[in-house]
Each structure stands twice: as C-alpha cells, then as structure tokens.
Design a protein around this ligand. Structure first.
Ligand code: SF4
Ligand code: SF4
Length: 436
C-alpha cells in the first residue's frame, strides 16, 4: 500500500460538505450561535494587548481586546459591522495564551475576520485577490511543483518579484520558497509506502503543504524516525490544514479543506492510528481551530488524537534516554519556539531534549514572535512591521553561539533565514541524525 486508504467517514453529514460557514455555539447560554456571551468573561485586564506583537509595532492596530470582546459587545448592542482592522491581526494566537480569563480570543478573531471578508470586502479588490492567493498556497504549490525548476527560476526572477509586488501586493523583499524537485508524496510512493507494519504502534502523518512541496527532507526525517521506533506510518490524502485560510478570513476554503482532512484522518482513529504533524501550525489547526470553528462529524475525535511529532515521541517513547545515549558531530543551534508551538505548550521541548545530546549546543533565542506569522509578512504593506516584530529574534540569534537556526514552523524558518542568513533545521532532522 503506497498510500493509506482514504476511508470515507459514513458519519460525515451533508452539512459538513457544504461551503457555508457557521460559527459554532461554544457557550451553552448562547441562543444565537455566536460568541457574544463569551465577551462577558473579559474583565479588561489588557494582558492580551500587552502580548500582541502587532499592536507593539502598528499604532493603528487596536489590539486583541478590541478585536475580540469589545467588538462582540458592540455587536450585541447593535448589529455593527466588523471593523476592518481585524485584517491586521496576524493570527499568531499569542493573545489566547495571555488571557487569564479564558476568553476565546483567536476564535473570536477568526470568526470576525470570516464575517468581514464575506460581508465587507470587495471581492474584486487587490487585497482580496492577493489574500486568496496567499491563503491557498497549497493549490499554487501543487501547480508550481509540477515543473519545479522552471517555477523556481521564474519566481526567483527579480522582475517577476517586482511585478508581484506592484500588481498583487506580495512583497518583493522576500525570496519565494523553492520547490523541491521531488515532493514528499512522490518520494513516499516511490519507496512503496510504509516499511514497518504494526498493530500496536500506528500513526497517520499530516505533512501539510510545506513539507510536501518545499522541504520533503522534514517529512522523510519524520517517517524514518518513527519507523526506527517501530511505528507503522501511513500518509492519507490531505489538503492544507487551513492555517493561512483562517489568517485571511477565507473560512469557506478552510471548511472545504477541513472536511476532506477530517474524513481522511478521523476514519483511521478506530483502527488505532494517532495523527502526527511536523508543523506546529498544522497541529494547532487540527487540534484547536477545527473544533472551534467547524461542526463536522469526527472533528472532536481528530482534535483529541492529534499531536506534534516530537511531543508524541516524548509521550510514548523514552526519547530522553535514547538521546542521552546518542551523539552527533559538534554543532550549535539557535532555537526559536513558534507562537503556535508555544500555544500548545511545546516551546521548551526541543531545547530540553537536545541539550542532552552529545555534540550539540542549543540555545533558546527567547519568547518573541518571529514576525512573519504565515502570510502576514508576505504582504507588501506589512513587510516592514513583520521585520520590526522579528528584530528581537534576529538579535538574539546573532548573539547565540550557534549559527544554524532551529524551529518547527516553516514560515518562522523563512523569517529566521531572511533576517540572519542562517541555515535552518527542523528538530526532526537532528533527531534523524542522532537516532537513525
Ligand atoms: S492573534 Fe496575535 S496579532 Fe492577532 S490580536 Fe492576538 S496577539 Fe495580536
Ligand atoms: S486578557 Fe482576557 S480578560 Fe484580559 S482584557 Fe484580554 S480578553 Fe479581557
């Protein structure tokens, strides 16, 4: 079997397959299927505003408290339109973590952004077209990687980059990520799928777009490491996790992708599979944003069985002992914890693990946001702010002993490389080097 079967989920309701977005009623007292009652949990402490990297550099951005509880309160009084500043929220989700009162800020932001895009945004505007393109990176990447060398040459041309900026508003300051000459899925099919079979240890790999089209070495490392621990790995057909779609208010696109992902992954759970992601934004999306935003049969089950790859091995294997007994050639890393990893409580795991690995020096470069936040830093009008947000991280990286970066997030990786010129590794690549 080169691909896992794509099980059809018989419990997937027809509603789950439609394109219409409906907010989920997460508050029992709500009668109108929205988040307005949740606004009452806010006691205006402003901890969320202080944590917001965008508010820190953008004087026109009113911050998460306004975007969340205050807007929802306004909407309770009169059905006010969503303010356009919601489009400046980068969806880093740091405010979720900061709130001591459990206000579901990013859920409010995602819902408000979806409503703003649906009801207020001109669908012929340059901003809408640009955001739709950025939000659907997976579709673009699928086309681009059909002829990777040609696409890389075209997208790397400075004239094309200038045209992209003038016509679409995609910054010319960044180099477009290169497509691999062989995608992860092509490699997977060529090797004949799983090399290990097991009834007890089974994982389904959610590789996402970037590991498939741009950095298949991360996906390969994930497969080799898990197989070395005796896991059967399957790779179901999948779509984008939806992260860039949430960030751009494209909730219909996100719901379509979520419907396919839930159908193809949740159906494997009764067969003993857990879901593993190598990107912390993908695991975040499947774990938190899916059940917060969509009502699809199987979505809660998928959420409860999704893990980030390193996290999963730390839970189920004695990874620390394995690492203590291993060694690699001397190397030093400047590690950045992605905001979405931080939100899942994973911010210290790579540093804690690899400082026990003989030959490795690893330093955490602090808790600042990298500033790129997926598609945010690719927007021409946000580029300077994105670099301002990232300045602390660049500075700390340059002061760290290592001159190779490390992170779990593909877009943080782009920003780290862009700001310092360092090569960047994923923790799974070092794990592969140490253990396989
Ligand atoms: S998600 Fe990030 S950018 Fe958006 S309001 Fe919260 S902290 Fe600010
Ligand atoms: S942190 Fe929570 S309680 Fe404090 S202002 Fe923000 S939403 Fe309100």
């Amino acid at each position: 079997m080169s691909d896992a079967e794509s099980p059809t989920n018989p419990t997937l309701t027809p509603d789950a397959q439609t394109d219409d977005f409906e907010a989920v009623d997460v508050f029992a007292e709500s009668t109108d299927m929205d988040l307005r009652p949740g606004a009452d949990n806010c006691y205006k402490c402003t901890a969320c505003d202080v944590s917001c990297p965008v508010a820190e550099v953008d004087d026109e951005f009113p911050g998460p408290k306004f975007q969340g509880p205050e807007q929802w309160r306004l909407k309770r009084k009169d059905d006010a339109a969503v303010d356009d500043s919601i489009m400046s929220c980068s969806n880093c989700m740091r405010c979720d973590d900061a709130c001591p009162s459990g206000v579901p800020l990013s859920q409010m932001h995602n819902t408000a952004r979806g409503e703003y895009v649906d009801e207020e945004m001109d669908k012929l505007s340059r901003e809408y077209v640009r955001n739709r393109i950025l939000a659907n990176y997976g579709t673009l990447a699928q086309l681009g990687s059909m002829f990777p060398r040609l696409t890389n040459a075209v997208m790397g041309n400075s004239l094309v980059q200038q045209i992209n900026e003038k016509v679409l508003g995609i910054t010319a300051e960044r180099d477009f990520p290169e497509f691999a000459t062989q995608t992860f899925r092509e490699w997977w099919n060529e090797r004949g799928g799983p090399q290990v079979r097991s009834e007890e240890k089974r994982v389904a790999y959610f590789h996402g777009c970037y590991s498939n089209y741009n950095t298949p070495e991360v996906g390969k490392a994930m497969v080799r490491v898990f197989e070395s621990f005796g896991y059967e790995v399957v790779v179901p057909k999948q779509r984008c996790s939806g992260t860039p779609m949430f960030a751009n208010g494209m909730l219909d696109d996100a719901k379509r992708a979520a419907g396919i992902n839930v159908e193809n992954f949740a159906g494997l759970i009764p067969e003993g599979y857990d879901i593993i992601a190598s990107c912390t934004s993908c695991s975040m999306s499947l774990r938190q944003e899916y059940p917060e935003l969509f009502d699809i049969d199987g979505i809660e089950d998928l959420s409860a069985h999704t893990y980030e790859a390193l996290e999963y091995l730390r839970i189920h294997e004695d990874l620390e002992s394995e690492i203590r007994e291993a060694s690699v050639s001397d190397q030093s890393f400047a590690y950045h914890a992605p905001c979405h990893g931080r939100n899942q409580g994973l911010d210290r795991q790579a540093v804690e693990l690899f400082r026990e690995l003989d030959g490795v020096n690893i330093e955490d470069v602090g808790d600042s946001c990298s500033g790129i936040s997926g598609t945010y830093g690719w927007k021409e009008e946000k580029y300077d702010k994105s670099m301002q947000i990232g300045a602390d991280m660049f500075d700390h990286m340059e002061h760290a002993e290592g001159n190779v970066g490390m992170t779990e997030c593909p877009t943080c990786s782009m920003q780290m490389e862009h700001g310092t010129g360092y090569d960047i590794k994923h923790p799974l690549q070092l794990l592969e080097e140490a253990l396989v």
